[in-house]
Design a binder for this molecule. Structure first.
Ligand code: ADP
Ligand code: 5GP
Length: 187
C-alpha cells in the first residue's frame, strides 16, 4: 500500500469543485474529507462539523495564535483554514485526505507536503458558464457574487502551478477524470 496522500481540489468559486469532491467521497469511503474552519455564515444546505466548522472571527484568531492551522486565507472578507487536527487524525490511521480549498491554500499544501500532495484545478469552459452556475446556485447576494467574480482572474492565473487541470463541462466526465488522476497516483 502507498503512503497516505493529500488530494487537493481547488477552483474559483462556482466551477464545481465541491460537487466533484462530494462525488469522489461517495466512491471512496476510505478517504477522509478535511473539514475546514471558516468564519463565513452557514448556508441552508450545510452542516456544522461536516461541511465546515463554522466559528467566530475570535475563535479563528485563536487558531492562528495557537498555530493549529496548516494554512489559512482571508477570502471575500471571511477566514478559511485547514486544521492541523484534520490531517493528523487521517494520517494517524493511514487515510488519505481530500481538500476543497482555494488556490492559494492549495499551493501552501504543496509547499508543506511536496512529495505526497496532488493539486487538481477544476476549470470551466468559459466565464459565462461560471457566472451562470454561481447565479443558479442561489447562495449569493449581488454583493457576494461580485466579490467571488472579482477574485476569479487572480485564481485562474495560478492554474499553471497545479499538477492537473480538469475542465468541468459535463459533470460525470469531470468526475471520471479526477478519479483517473487519483488512481494513477496510487499505483
Ligand atoms: P464550487 O465548490 O467550485 O464553488 P459548486 O460545486 O458549488 O462549486 O458548483 C456550483 C454550482 O454549479 C452548483 O449549483 C452545482 O450544482 C453546479 N454544477 C457543478 N458542476 C456542474 C456541471 N458540470 N454542469 C452544470 N452545473 C454544475
Ligand atoms: P465557500 O464560501 O464557497 O464555501 O468557499 C470559498 C472559498 O474558500 C473556496 O475556494 C473554498 O474552496 C475555499 N476554502 C474552503 N476551506 C478552505 C481552507 O481551509 N483553506 C483555504 N485556503 N481555502 C478554503
Amino acid at each position: 500500500m502507498s503512503n497516505p496522500k493529500l488530494i487537493v481540489v481547488s477552483a474559483p468559486s462556482g466551477c464545481g469543485k465541491t460537487t466533484i469532491v462530494k462525488e469522489i467521497l461517495k466512491s471512496h469511503p476510505e478517504f477522509h474529507f478535511s473539514v475546514s474552519a471558516t468564519t463565513r455564515a452557514k448556508r441552508n444546505n450545510e452542516t456544522d462539523g461536516k461541511d465546515y466548522y463554522f466559528i467566530t472571527k475570535e475563535e479563528f484568531q485563536k487558531h492562528i495564535e495557537n498555530d493549529t492551522l496548516i494554512e489559512w486565507q482571508k477570502i471575500y472578507d471571511d477566514y478559511y483554514g485547514t486544521l492541523v487536527s484534520e490531517v493528523d487524525k487521517s494520517f494517524a490511521c493511514g487515510k488519505s485526505v481530500v481538500f476543497d480549498i482555494d488556490v492559494l491554500g492549495a499551493l501552501s499544501i504543496k509547499k508543506k507536503y511536496p512529495e505526497d500532495s496532488m493539486l487538481i484545478f477544476i476549470d470551466v469552459p468559459d466565464m459565462d458558464i461560471l457566472n451562470e452556475r454561481l447565479k443558479n446556485r442561489k447562495t449569493e447576494s449581488p454583493e457576494t457574487l461580485k466579490k467571488r467574480i472579482d477574485r476569479v482572474e487572480m485564481e485562474m492565473k495560478q492554474k499553471t502551478l497545479f499538477d492537473y487541470i480538469v475542465i468541468n463541462d459535463q459533470l460525470q466526465q469531470a468526475v471520471d477524470e479526477v478519479e483517473k488522476i487519483i488512481s494513477n497516483n496510487f499505483n
